[in-house]
Write a protein that binds this ligand. Structure first.
Ligand code: ASP
Length: 590
């Protein structure tokens, strides 16, 4: 931190003082980390954003300051002036950046007092998270939280610097807007001026950024807040921040390349090397090998197709599944011999909870294979499974027979579960990759219609356009996700930029002309005025910072996050409103 002048005439920041300042004067301001009375002297650890320095008062030299210091408690705000000196022999603190020096206080002013905080402002905190959230201003004073805020700022500044250098314009888009189609529930805000009408808070700036391309901005970005009213999971917040970008006259490779270079620049700025270019994997390959569109590559345990070697199996479940066009697939669990019968029962239940009909297991012990289905399998089959999976003595094989997509998905979950139980993932590894060639649509069982895999503005791949009517579920999209250690970090697509194709997609999604017109008429209109080819992506800033910081919770990298129930424990939002406010909005609670 640079020494900016302020009205308190600070000459230094606490954490900056070092041997080179010895003999000089220092004027500091900050919070009391600790006060100790020791051998007739009072020691105060004074903290500001830059760090902590020890200040000392000798009653023989400064009786008045000594009296004041006596009343000082943790988190009092002080303004002190004094002389920097080397710490006496044997009192140097190598654990503290300023540990070689101390400030001998000449004057001390208490700028403010503080109640005893509900938890100590220390590195590690044992307070419940709800207390930390309620007193967030105290929690943020803790060094790791401050470090997270600083890291976040660095990521944002590096992003801005990189994109500005690449000719991007930072443009804000509205927060009070119309429902956007990211597929989550909207947060709504009633309009007082137009009773009965509502704004929706944006789930993303998707439509605005596309319109900005029609408007000729060519390269847009925004550190954008997005709002999605979904049930919250551990790494989800109802409002969160995206690095949101859009570019004209680009194809997929341009977008991926630009994002890779941006990630490289961010990595350099925060001192975590991100090796680019990133590997790429098609969606089909990811599903086939990892049973997931966000594969965690920090460990192996890949899915292997055993359909060939079990095609003529005497085990009915396998034979019938294969005859019906399904697959038998398996994973190798290294050292899985250690799993107890209870573990295996739990894994079976787990597989069922993920949509599998069951789970077959074979323990390849040194003495030979053990399995409830061993008696139905021939020796050749047992050894074929063993060699296909690359099994060594002491390993376990887990097999699932089902329709291929189901088998993939169930084994994908099992793969993660087994890795969790055996702690297979290298905690320090950073495995980022692109997933490409997503399906354009998925089937929405509940609604009984097609739904977009990404969003309705996604360009079908060239060879899919002719197949839209005949075989929509086989169509692929020019869509890509950025995945890191098994989490989705970002998602983007090349967009449709022609009105007719956009309408066609809307109609395949079950939207008639009238609905398309009401919801997205402005976009369809814009497409009639010279829309350039364009595409873009959004990266989750909170998640990116969380992973760079090595935090377990996304809440630790957001200054004022919400709880799982969507509450802000500090302000008390959401809250009831007055009858008068409701009346003004013409709203009556049911
Ligand atoms: N709007 C998309 C999202 O928020 C990202 C994109 O396609 O640019 O997921």
């Amino acid at each position: 931190m640079t020494n900016q002048m302020d009205s308190f005439d600070r000459t230094h920041r606490c954490g900056e003082l070092s041997r080179t300042d010895v003999g000089g004067r220092a004027v500091l301001a900050g919070w009391v980390q600790k006060r100790r009375d020791h051998g007739g002297l009072i020691f105060i650890d004074l903290r500001d954003r830059s760090g902590v320095v020890q200040a000392v008062i000798d009653p023989n030299e400064n009786a008045e300051a000594f009296r004041t210091a006596h009343a000082v408690r943790p988190e009092y705000v002080l303004h002190v002036a004094g002389v920097v000196r080397e710490r006496p022999e044997g009192t140097v603190n190598p654990g503290l950046a300023t540990g070689e020096v101390e400030v001998v206080i000449e004057t001390l002013d208490v700028l403010n007092t503080a109640k005893t905080p509900p938890f100590e402002i220390e590195r590690d905190v044992d307070a419940d998270e709800s207390i930390r959230l309620r007193y967030r201003y105290l929690d943020l004073r803790r060094e790791p939280m401050l470090a997270n805020m600083i890291l976040r700022d660095k990521v944002v500044q590096a992003t801005r610097a990189y994109l500005a250098g690449q000719g991007f314009l930072e443009i804000e888009t509205p927060v009070l807007t119309k429902s956007t189609p990211e597929g989550a529930r909207d947060f709504l805000t009633p309009s007082r001026l137009q009773p009965g009408r509502f704004y929706a808070l944006p789930q993303s700036p998707q439509l605005f950024k596309q319109v900005l391309m029609v408007a000729g901005m060519e390269r847009y970005y925004q550190i954008a807040r997005c709002f999605r009213d979904e049930d919250l999971r551990a790494d989800r917040q109802p409002e969160y921040t995206q690095i949101d970008m859009e570019m004209s006259f680009v194809k997929q490779d341009d977008i991926l390349g630009l994002v890779e270079r941006m990630l490289g620049a961010i990595g350099t700025a925060v001192g975590s090397e991100i090796a680019v270019p990133l590997p790429r994997m098609t969606h089909a390959e990811a599903m086939g090998r990892y049973g997931s569109d966000k594969p965690d590559l920090r460990f192996g345990v890949e899915l292997v197709d055993l359909t060939q070697c079990l095609g003529n199996s005497g085990f009915r479940v396998f034979a019938d599944t294969i005859a019906a066009g399904g697959s038998v697939k398996g994973i190798r669990v290294p050292g899985g011999e250690s799993f107890s019968r209870k573990d295996l029962d739990e894994l079976t239940e787990f597989a069922q909870s993920k949509g599998g009909k069951g789970l077959a297991w074979i323990v390849y012990a040194a003495a030979g294979p053990k399995s409830p289905i061993a008696k139905f399998l021939s020796e050749e089959e047992l050894s074929a499974v063993k060699s296909e999976l690359g099994i060594a003595d002491g390993d376990l094989a887990l097999l699932v027979a089902d329709k291929t997509p189901v088998a993939n998905e169930v084994l994908g979950h099992l793969r993660l579960e087994v890795a969790r139980r055996l702690d297979l993932a290298d905690k320090d590894a950073f495995r980022m990759l692109w997933i490409t060639d997503f399906p354009l649509f998925m089937w929405d069982d509940e609604e009984g219609r097609l739904d977009s895999e990404h969003h309705p503005f996604t360009m079908p791949s060239e060879d899919s356009i002719a197949r839209l009517d005949d075989d929509p579920l086989a169509c692929t999209a020019v869509a890509f996700d950025l995945v890191l250690n098994g989490t989705e970090l970002g998602s983007g697509t090349v967009r449709i930029h022609r009105r007719e194709l956009q309408r066609k997609i809307f109609s395949l999604l079950g939207m008639d002309d009238e609905e398309a017109e009401t919801k997205f008429g402005f976009l369809l209109d814009a497409f009639e005025y010279g829309a350039p080819p364009h595409g873009g992506i959004a990266l989750g800033l909170d998640r990116l910072v969380m992973l760079l910081a090595g935090c377990a919770s996304i809440r630790d990298v957001i200054a004022f996050p919400k709880t799982q129930a969507g509450s802000d424990l500090m302000t008390g939002a959401p809250d009831a409103v007055s009858e008068a406010q409701l009346r003004e909005l013409q709203i009556k609670l049911r």
